[in-house]
Design a protein around this ligand. Structure first.
Ligand code: MYA
Length: 421
């Protein structure tokens, strides 16, 4: 997921200030802001660091007994009611899609808005073990229109040496006409209650906004695949001293992948890919623990949703994996182009070829599939190839958060192994 910060390429590093990247001063200001809701929640507070740096790492609050969890849903303003959204239902998935496509995350200048497809939303919400109790909507009582949404899916997340059952929270959205009415805290309290009812006491989430208190602050980088379109729609700018023709040449890629034998992942690869990914993820301070069933769900290629390629013998040892998911953005108010087709780097493991070569292949395969841009966070080992493969830094950050779990030290992006959708 990411980003909850929709970000764009910065044409030149010196333009960062002008393009809305918060300076350290802004982050300090955010840290000093009052958080009437978040200050009541079991999350690391900005002030805790100063007052009590040596509290033990781990759960902030002990688990309750499930039978002691509040039974009634939280109260909504009287014109609204709770619903669960059945993402298997053709009409209900359209309702979730429509709410998000019109009201979800935009960049700072309101030029682009995430346009998660119906197929993608179904995929992201139907992780093994999912429950529709965690796909929560709010409807207007009279019109029944869906006006807000929040979701959770179950996950096992390793934080340093502890493997913790958590909810991954995503797709929090309040209709534009209902903003700033403190509906978001009610949605968060309600999903917390329903997660507690399933004996789960921790959660992980990412957001573009600064809240108490980021576990890690990461940045998006963007690799132009279709530079002319990106410049035409204002996603990136022509660099100083560059013509369009030179820019197109700069980003040109080989027609075919560099690694002989690279091919789409097949169901028979699931055990080998699970082993490869499991070993790879052990080196990060925070990473998911993925079963074969979860790997199959997350990584087997699904058109318009996720693309995964491997190197290695069919059904036998797999030495390398690259993957990316499809998350287009609506281009707001552009007469010529309505959609930006973006690929987001997912899980990549290189053992038989250099990582830079594997990621070049990912770019080539994404280009073959007509993506306009390839995005990656500076997490995992991505720093090692971003600059050389001509990614440019974006103008937003993605902050990682844990609910009811304390870590005493902020993590560096390269210590983060978890990718959220
Ligand atoms: S991140 C994606 C969030 N979605 C968007 O950005 C879409 C566009 N924006 C909107 O739809 C609204 O602006 C939202 C806020 C819904 C974001 N995460 O109702 P309000 C706090 C957490 O008056 P609105 C994603 O999906 C804000 O600081 N809190 O505001 C992960 C303030 O609290 P405080 C946020 O603008 C979500 C309060 O809400 C966020 O109308 C993870 C204001 O409420 C945010 N992104 O609505 C959720 N934005 O006063 C947490 C604002 O204290 C999960 N706020 O500062 C926690 C774990 C729960 C499970 C636990 C289980 C154990």
């Amino acid at each position: 997921k990411l980003m909850e910060a929709m970000t764009r390429t910065l044409a030149n590093a010196d333009m960062r200030g002008a393009r809305g990247v918060p300076s350290n001063k802004d982050l300090d200001a955010a840290a000093k802001a009052a958080h009437a809701f978040w200050e009541t929640q079991p999350v690391t507070q900005f002030s805790a660091e100063r007052s009590a740096p040596e509290l033990p790492e781990g759960a902030i609050q002990p688990p309750q007994k499930v039978e002691d969890v509040r039974q009634e849903p939280y109260k909504l303003p009287s014109a609204y009611e709770w619903c669960t959204c059945d993402v298997n239902d053709a009409q209900e998935i359209v309702e979730v899609y429509t709410l998000l496509t019109n009201n979800y995350v935009e960049d700072d200048d309101n030029m682009f808005r995430f346009d998660y497809s119906k197929e993608f939303l179904r995929w992201a919400l139907k992780l093994p073990g999912y429950t529709s109790q965690w796909h929560i909507g709010v409807r207007a009582k009279t019109s029944k229109k869906l006006v807000a949404f929040i979701s959770g899916v179950p996950a096992r997340i390793r934080v340093q040496s502890a493997v913790v059952r958590m909810a991954e929270i995503n797709f929090l959205c309040v209709h534009k006409k209902l903003r700033s009415k403190r509906l978001a805290p009610v949605l968060i309290r309600e999903i917390t209650r329903r997660v507690h009812l399933r004996d789960t006491w921790q959660a992980v989430y990412t957001a573009g906004v600064v809240l108490p208190k980021p576990l890690a602050t990461c940045r998006y980088w963007h690799r132009s695949l279709n530079p002319k379109k990106l410049i035409d729609v204002g996603f990136s700018r022509l660099a100083r001293n560059m013509t369009m023709a030179r820019t197109i040449k700069l980003y040109k890629l080989p027609e075919q992948p560099l690694s002989p034998g690279i091919r789409p992942m097949h169901p028979a690869d699931v055990p080998a890919v699970t082993a490869l990914v499991t070993t790879y993820l052990q080196q990060f301070a925070i990473a998911p623990v993925l079963s074969e069933e979860e790997i199959a769900h997350l990584l087997l290629p699904a058109a318009g949703v996720v693309s995964s390629y491997v190197i290695g013998g069919e059904g036998g040892r797999v030495s390398d994996l690259c993957s990316f998911y499809t998350l287009p953005s609506s281009i707001i108010g552009n007469p010529e182009h309505s959609t930006l087709k973006a690929a987001y780097s997912f899980y990549n493991v290189a053992t038989s070829v250099p990582l830079e070569q594997l990621m070049t292949d990912a770019l080539i395969l994404a280009k073959q599939d007509d993506f306009d841009v390839f995005n990656a966070l500076d997490i995992q080992h991505n720093e090692a190839f971003l600059k050389d493969l001509k990614f440019g830094p974006g103008d937003g950050f993605l902050h990682y958060y844990l609910y009811n779990w304390r870590l005493n030290k902020e993590l560096q992006p390269r210590q983060v192994g978890l990718v959220m959708l």
